[in-house]
Design a binder for this molecule. Structure first.
Ligand code: MN
Length: 128
């Protein structure tokens, strides 16, 4: 089973927490700290899931989502926005950009992995 997640996140604390929680549940995390790096590596990683911070330096998460969605190799790979944006309409903006889900920061350690895994069919119950 593909247990790779591409985590696109520029904030070190957020990256650390998400990585810790997911690795504890058997996921392998590949990091990209900005959009351009994510776009050049995503297809080669063949991730089961992509977690995408929206507030990124330079190229924001909406642009990254649209660019990821333009890559045929990533067809069918869920993109989950993980964002501290909490403005009305942000969820819709994420979906319009090609995301499949939306999780608000701050990350809740008690629910984060379960929420993520709802987007990866067949992986629930594999938790270590
Ligand atoms: Mn950020």
């Amino acid at each position: 089973m593909n247990r790779r997640i591409l985590l696109i996140e520029d904030n070190e604390e957020n990256r650390y927490l998400a990585t810790f929680l997911l690795e504890t549940h058997g996921w392998k995390i590949v990091h990209a700290a900005d959009g351009p790096l994510a776009l050049t590596t995503a297809a080669g990683i063949a991730p089961a899931l992509i977690l995408l911070d929206i507030q990124l330096p330079g190229m924001d998460g909406y642009a990254v989502a649209r660019a990821l969605r333009s890559q045929p190799a990533l067809d069918g790979v869920p993109i989950i926005a993980v964002t501290s944006y909490a403005m009305p309409g942000d969820r819709e903006r994420c979906m319009a950009a090609g995301c499949n889900g939306y999780i608000e920061k701050p990350i809740d350690p008690d629910t984060f992995v379960r929420d993520i895994e709802t987007f990866a069919p067949g992986t629930r119950g594999d938790a270590a």
